[in-house]
Write a protein of this length. Structure first.
Length: 457
């Protein structure tokens, strides 16, 4: 156990997906855990039931007495918290040790056999698949996930007997530079977070800095076609669903229900008949990355295949909400143009010929400004677009930036820009046969009402 001199850990932004995994971890280590979040959610409700004291008002008087000793309390905060946050400044003025989520994760991760999964998209699906494979194997793992595993209902895997620690290596704010992995995965290096990196070349350099931190004689597994600079002390392997030149590739793949069955070629063996019950070719690609890591860790092919056959997926990642003969509704976290393109292409392939209606909520003013053209092009894969206003998250509004920047560029007849209040009414009027929701903001709050309405039809 690390931080043995601490009694308590306080989280500012406790309900975030990355923060909540750490909160659960510290609770498992016997620490008192409490914190603040801006809004109550299903996840914060679960944390409270698990024994974590969370409140939703930024008032320092609400900090419990057990968390007021600077020598015995660690404070962890998310970068999304504003500088004028009362509780954050309470701790600052009194000399508490205050660290970002990424630093806390790094201090845990670097004590074990770290596996860092990086990429501008694909991190959560790859990490969760890999955690499930290792959990089924005798190797076991501890894993900090950026989504809720549908196999466990949690974003944290714990195995005190295992030295393996899986974590998503997040490029935002260069957070992944706190991680020094034994094995690293890089799924993609698309332009994103230009408010931090400014150029695509700088993003690539950021990923290369992360790769340079792989431990001596460590391994890098990246998608075929990426061209990062790799230091001499690191072994490199590639994976691809399309390119047989990759070290890990597909020999054959076919649909099986809404999932897939495929044969995979590794550097030293062939694994036939891998069944993946979740839909989409992009998930087959994610599976390749997780299989490659498991294979490098020495897990037997039959264990890998058995684990993936009962893998159920991640909430909000190609998440089938309603599947009737004449009605389908899928929810996804896609919030970058490339993610949207990959997701919608997979939906098209899975349900050919069906009229595809999509609801999209842009995430961040800066991302909307930087990629309005790319968003419009990806969204043109839809037949009908229902566009919501921007979810600001950590950002203040940027003058002249709104969802209209995307809307006006989308070249399609059936499109509409709607408010939150209008959304459910519009969907009921449209009555789509194939519906998808996309976005990383609070669009998830509409998933249950939409699923319930579809379920009654």
């Amino acid at each position: 156990m690390i931080w043995t001199n601490l009694d308590s850990v306080y989280f500012i932004g406790a309900g975030g997906i990355g923060m909540s995994a750490l909160a659960r971890y510290f609770l498992s280590q016997g620490k008192e855990v409490a914190g603040y979040d801006r809004t109550s959610t299903t996840l914060t409700d679960k944390l409270i039931r698990e024994g974590i004291d969370i409140h939703f008002e930024d008032r320092s008087v609400l900090i419990p007495d057990a968390f007021r000793n600077p020598d015995r309390t660690l404070v962890i905060y998310t970068p999304a918290v504003p500088e004028n946050h009362q509780q954050l400044n309470y701790f600052r003025k009194r000399g508490f040790r205050i660290i970002k989520r990424s630093v806390a994760l790094g201090e845990v991760f670097n004590t074990g056999r770290g596996i860092g999964v990086a990429g501008t998209h694909g991190k959560t699906s790859i990490s969760t698949m890999l955690a499930h494979i290792l959990h089924v194997s005798t190797l076991g793992c501890n894993a900090f996930l950026g989504g809720i595993s549908k196999n466990t209902g949690s974003n944290l895997y714990l195995d005190p007997a295992s030295k393996v620690i899986i974590a998503e290596a997040d490029e935002f704010d260069r957070s992944f530079l706190t991680l020094f992995p034994e094995i690293a995965v890089v799924s993609s290096m698309d332009a994103d977070h230009l408010d931090i990196y400014h150029t695509k070349e700088n993003i690539k350099k950021g990923f290369e800095s992360f790769i340079a931190q792989i431990r001596d004689k460590g391994k890098l597994i990246h998608k075929y076609g990426l061209t990062p600079r790799v230091p001499n002390h690191v072994e490199r392997y590639t994976y691809s669903v399309n390119h047989p030149e990759a070290d890990y590739h597909i020999a054959s793949v076919e649909s099986q229900g809404l999932g897939s069955i495929f044969t995979m070629v590794t550097p030293d063996t062939i694994i036939p008949g891998i069944q993946l019950g979740i839909p989409g070719l992009l998930n087959v690609e994610n599976a390749l990355a997780s299989i490659a890591v498991a294979h490098q860790l020495g897990i037997a092919p039959e264990i890998i295949a058995r684990a993936l056959s009962d893998y159920q997926g991640v909430e909000r990642r190609f998440d089938l909400q309603v599947v009737h003969r004449d009605r389908v509704y899928i929810d996804d976290y896609a919030h970058h143009p490339e993610e949207i393109r990959a997701f919608l292409t997979s939906v098209r392939n899975l349900f050919p010929g069906k009229k595809l209606t999509g609801i999209f909520q842009p995430h961040l003013f800066s991302r909307t400004r930087d990629f309005a053209v790319e968003f419009a092009k990806s969204l043109e894969l839809l037949d009908v677009l229902i566009l919501m206003e921007i979810y600001p998250a950590r950002e203040e509004p940027i003058p002249g930036v709104s969802a209209s920047m995307i809307f006006d560029r989308v070249k399609m007849k059936e499109k509409m820009l709607v408010s939150r209040e209008q959304l459910l009414r519009v969907i009921k009027e449209q009555d789509p046969v194939l519906l998808v929701t996309m976005g990383a903001g609070d669009i998830n709050q509409f998933v249950a009402p939409l699923r319930e309405w579809y379920g009654r039809k």
